[in-house]
Design a protein around this ligand. Structure first.
Ligand SMILES: NCc1[nH]cc(CCC(=O)O)c1CC(=O)O
Length: 312
């Protein structure tokens, strides 16, 4: 089969949400494709898709519909051919994809760590007893309750800009964001400190941009193969196998991190009760290719330790 590369007249359509972070990720994807294929910017169109989740800013996500809220409409655009690829924050993606779509291309992973963001304090350890921290993430909330019970956690939604405004307004003493997002947005003026994964194990696939396409689109597959980062793919595969076996929705407190050293993959995972009263952690090491098996096995071990009542 011959696969034709896009020409300026035959644009390759990159679908994305319209948030500043989503746009930065779409631009990174386009820049990497331009470099890999020596194509001009005009060969690509960045198609912004307004999704329902972005239009609801005043409620915690779990009160709306959580899973798929930010991705369903983008996937519909892929399926109907309005776009050729969709650029996602992998950590926001359900493990299962709609029939006909695949996500097997990942860009080199950014910093995986959560960031402590505060206008007043330097790190989590500096916060006085009773300090107020804002987060909407059940994972971060449970991890804080488990390891920093001296803090008061309040609900904090919105994109990076909204949360920073809330900090400036004194709604909370600190908040948490993915370091990757801050870096990709070039927010060098924001005072943040990355948090050790020992204190806050990141979300599955945090910092990894994933690219979804139609499974039968040979042109997109070939275009994307040139920008795939295999180590990121292996790490994400291990973490997502763990998540998939746990069958966690994005609202279940779960953290995991795979790291590669030589030909070995180290995987850490944890599940928490929502109040942080129970924390179950596990770790494993094995050949890189066995990452998904390791993630799967780790989930089964944690599930059997947790018992049937652990997840609400
Ligand atoms: N849930 C929103 C979201 N999805 C991806 C990122 C950051 C970038 C990434 O982890 O790839 C963020 C913001 C955050 O958690 O601070």
């Amino acid at each position: 089969m011959t696969v034709e590369m896009p020409t300026p007249a035959q644009s390759f359509k990159i679908g994305t949400r319209g948030s500043p972070l989503a746009l930065a990720q779409a631009h990174e994807t386009r820049d990497r494709l331009m470099a890999a294929w020596d194509l001009p910017q005009e060969a690509f169109a960045i198609c912004v898709i307004k999704v329902t989740g972005d239009q609801i800013q005043d409620k915690p996500l779990r009160e709306i519909d959580g899973k798929g809220l930010f991705t369903r409409e983008i996937e519909e655009a892929l399926i109907d051919g309005s776009i050729d690829i969709a650029v996602h924050s992998t950590k926001d993606m359900p493990v299962a994809h709609p029939a006909g779509l695949v996500m097997d291309v990942f860009l080199p992973r950014e910093d995986v760590r959560d960031a402590f963001v505060s206008l007043k304090y330097k790190s989590l350890a500096d916060l006085p007893d009773g300090a107020v921290v804002g987060t909407s993430s059940t994972r971060r909330r449970a991890q804080l309750a488990a390891r920093f019970p001296n803090l008061k956690v309040v609900e904090f939604r919105g994109n990076v800009q909204t949360r920073l405004k809330k900090l400036a307004d004194g709604v909370a003493d600190a908040t948490f964001l993915a370091t990757a997002g801050l870096r990709r947005l070039g927010m060098d003026d924001v005072p943040y400190t990355p948090i050790s994964p020992d204190d806050m194990l990141p979300a599955i696939a945090q910092g990894a941009i994933g690219i979804e396409r139609r499974g039968d689109d040979a042109r997109a597959a070939k275009m994307l193969a040139a920008i795939h980062d295999a180590p990121t793919g292996a790490r994400v595969a291990a973490e997502r196998a763990f998540l998939g076996r746990l069958d966690g929705s994005c609202e279940t407190p779960i953290g995991a991190l795979a790291e590669i050293e030589g030909d070995q993959l180290h995987l850490r995972g944890e599940i928490l009760s929502e109040d942080g009263a129970r924390v179950l952690t596990d770790a494993a090491t094995g050949p890189i290719a066995s990452g998904p098996d390791m993630g799967n096995a780790m989930a089964l071990r944690l599930l059997s330790r947790a018992g049937p009542d652990f997840f609400r």
